[in-house]
Design a protein around this ligand. Structure first.
Ligand code: AMP
Length: 190
């Protein structure tokens, strides 16, 4: 299994790039944001628990998120590898992921960050909010709160993966194809 963590602030293009990468490398794409939104839409128990955090632009608690993530991974026992999009977002989640992958004789091969300036991303998200229907994309205050959550809780993960020599960063500004190419250059060298 080759497991890759796509890393980056909200709006950096993780979901868009994941669509290309999953085809090219035959990976299973798991977006925790998408799984949460599916549960919200279907008003499941998990959706009810996650809604208040998501609507405010806060992170959903680790325990709930990790349980959901492990359930998703376990749905794909024969996969070539997982493309994690939006998970892990805290050190506790990264540790939980490492511990879980060990139990299935696997590990994170690399973490690749899509880097872009905050102001460009805020503008991008507000634009996306006009059509995505996502409450958390429509209000600048909520968007800024998501960046605050990122800076406080997610950014420390860069150090976590750098210590393991698993951190790579690519410039997230450019055309979709240019960015896909930058990502594939990293993946092809793993
Ligand atoms: P995203 O689509 O990745 O921007 O995620 C949308 C929202 O889902 C986030 O703002 C969080 O409320 C929640 N979420 C998604 N992934 C995670 C995660 N790994 N940990 C905690 N909350 C998450």
């Amino acid at each position: 299994m080759i497991n890759i963590v796509l890393f980056g602030k909200p709006g950096a293009g993780k979901g868009t790039q994941a669509e290309f990468l999953k085809e090219k490398y035959q990976l299973t794409h798991i977006s925790t944001g998408d799984v949460f939104r599916y549960n919200l839409k279907n008003d499941t128990h998990l959706g009810k628990e996650a809604r208040v955090y998501m609507d405010a632009g806060d992170l959903v608690p680790d325990e709930l998120t990790t349980k959901m993530l492990i359930d998703e991974v376990n749905k794909h026992p024969d996969t070539n590898g997982i493309l994690f999009d939006g998970y892990p977002r805290t050190i506790a989640q990264a540790q939980a992921l490492d511990a879980f992958l060990t139990t299935i004789n696997s590990s994170v091969a690399a973490t690749i960050a899509l880097e872009a300036d905050d102001e460009i991303l805020v503008a991008r998200l507000l634009e996306r909010g006009k059509t995505s229907g996502r409450i958390d994309d429509q209000d600048e205050e909520k968007i800024r709160n998501r960046y605050q959550e990122y800076n406080d809780k997610t950014a420390p993960l860069m150090g976590y993966y750098k210590e393991q020599n698993k951190f790579h960063a690519v410039n997230g500004i450019g055309t979709i194809q240019e960015i896909t190419q930058r990502l594939t250059q990293v993946i092809d060298q793993l």
